[in-house]
Design a protein around this ligand. Structure first.
Ligand code: GN1
Ligand code: MG
Length: 375
């Protein structure tokens, strides 16, 4: 989105059911897609904070349906947490309705805005501070899948159709290579060939889903550690955030993306390839945390494909980043000319290292599943 959203804040703030006055706001978090603000209000109870967020309408074509998903999922999660004796205001996201009782409002330029309660005393991490936080984050994503597994009311909307349809991602990539819209293909031939060679992997999970050999579930679809809210004092994961892509999918996507993002040795956009790569000890913590949360409800077919899923989603993300680079950077926000290429290269590097260690990764999952120690 090109227009600066900041000046819309004063316009949209009074639309939400907040008893108080907006006194300040600052950009918040590090998402690539939406525009997020932490807003401070003076209310009769003192100073209170809220999250205002403008939904990226270019990425999410039907914000109404997206908000319907989030409303259903957060209401259900809160109910479940309350029933289990937990604290729904800390352990789940809470939407603040508009004065008319809606879930979002529009600004004068047509933008879609929503508001969440800000959970005090929490923090997020772009990179995990220690192995325990990695374990906690993986557990939180597994627990989320379990929490919403029984969501009533039918299938959620697909907020981005075919989001993790790796076969279709492959085809889109191929299209980008052929169109070569930005004239960049010749300069990245090695990377393109690397990805084209792995075509067969793209169909594995989508085929098993289509054949009913893997179940469809409610999944989060963006399982990076920066989408986990941690309690600032105990260091425990409280809940998962960024619910835009919560939709029907495979549990494998969530675990795969968790590993892609969370078992990386460097930042996703590390420009120095020598500093990028796959870290087996981070993977082990992710496997331990996730498997301990999902052990009693995932099928054996899912458990057996977890290590493969890590490789698959890393591959998919490499296709997406390099595809966007070839398209001339139309999807991901970039901060330097080769940003998407650098991102694609870190994914390729990780993918190579996972391929080399697939046997070990499978053995680790197996040990976690059978509660055997990992040396
Ligand atoms: C996007 O906005 P953010 O950073 O949470 C993307 C994910 C990618 C990720 C890569 C809707 O997520 O799928 O894995 O960037 N989200 C969407 O950093 O495309
Ligand atoms: Mg996201």
């Amino acid at each position: 989105m090109t227009n600066d959203p900041t000046h819309f804040l004063a316009e949209i703030a009074p639309e939400f059911h907040i008893e108080g006055r907006l006194v300040g706001a600052a950009p918040h978090g590090s998402g690539h897609i939406n525009d997020t603000y932490l807003a401070v209000y003076h209310t009769p109870r003192g100073t209170e904070r809220f999250i205002h967020q403008r939904i990226n309408h270019n990425v999410f074509k039907q914000p109404e349906l997206l908000m319907e998903n989030i409303r259903r999922v957060t209401d259900y999660a809160r109910e479940q947490i309350r029933a289990a004796g937990g604290n729904p205001e800390r352990e789940a996201m809470t939407l603040v309705p508009t004065r008319e009782g809606g879930d979002f409002t529009r600004d004068s330029a047509g933008g879609y805005w929503r508001t969440y309660l800000y959970v005090d005393g929490t923090r997020t991490y772009d990179t995990a501070p220690d192995l325990h936080a990695v374990y906690e984050a993986a557990y939180a994503f597994g627990a989320f899948q379990k929490l919403v597994a029984g969501l009533p009311g039918g299938r959620l909307h697909e907020t981005i159709p075919n989001f993790h349809h790796t076969r279709k991602r492959f085809e889109a990539f191929l299209g980008a290579v052929q169109a070569d819209a930005a004239g960049r293909a010749a300069g990245v031939k090695e990377e393109i060939d690397f990805l084209l060679k792995r075509e067969a992997d793209a169909s594995v999970v989508v085929d098993l889903l289509a054949q009913g050999r893997l179940p469809e579930r409610v999944t989060h679809n963006d399982t990076k550690i920066n989408n986990v809210l941690f309690d600032g004092s105990s260091g425990r994961a409280l809940c998962v955030i960024d619910l835009d892509t919560v939709m029907p999918g495979s549990a494998l996507y969530d675990f795969g993306d968790m590993v892609r993002a969370g078992a990386a040795r460097g930042a996703e956009d590390e420009p120095d390839p020598a500093k990028a790569g796959f870290d087996l000890s981070l993977f082990t913590q992710l496997a331990r945390g996730y498997v301990s949360a999902v052990r009693d409800f995932l099928t054996l077919a899912e458990i057996e494909l977890l290590a493969f899923a890590a490789k698959l989603i890393t591959y998919e993300q490499a296709l997406r980043f390099l595809g966007d680079y070839l398209n001339g950077d139309t999807y991901y926000k970039i901060h330097r000319p080769q940003h998407n290429l650098e991102r694609a290269r870190t994914q390729i590097r990780m993918l190579q290292e996972m391929e080399d260690q697939m046997g070990l990764m499978e053995a680790i999952i197996d040990r976690c599943y059978h509660k055997e120690p990992i040396e």
